[in-house]
Design a protein around this ligand. Structure first.
Ligand SMILES: [Zn+2]
Length: 87
């Protein structure tokens, strides 16, 4: 009787309370990430795109990814295309 009652108590404690606490933690975490470091990440990405690419790299004009020179498949009208886009 004693053990069954404590098990029941454990389950009732685990079910609603623990879950709602976890959910609240998740939500506040997500909010923090969206507000503080998220903005810095966007800024870093913009800076990376402005910096001139290295000499052995090119930016594919089709998928706009920076590729290594070895992945250059075609150059047309001054634009470079990678092997994945030219297939
Ligand atoms: Zn491409």
């Amino acid at each position: 009787m004693g053990s069954a009652k404590s098990l029941e108590a454990l389950q009732s404690v685990n079910a609603p309370d623990a879950r709602s606490v976890v959910r609240e933690l998740d939500e506040s975490d997500a909010l923090d990430e969206a507000m503080t470091p998220g903005g810095e990440f966007v800024a870093e990405e913009l800076i990376v795109q402005v910096i001139p690419q290295a000499g052995d790299e090119f930016t594919c004009y089709s998928c706009f990814l920076v590729r290594h020179r070895s992945q250059l498949a075609r150059e047309k009208n001054g634009h470079s295309y990678c092997i994945e886009c030219e297939g």
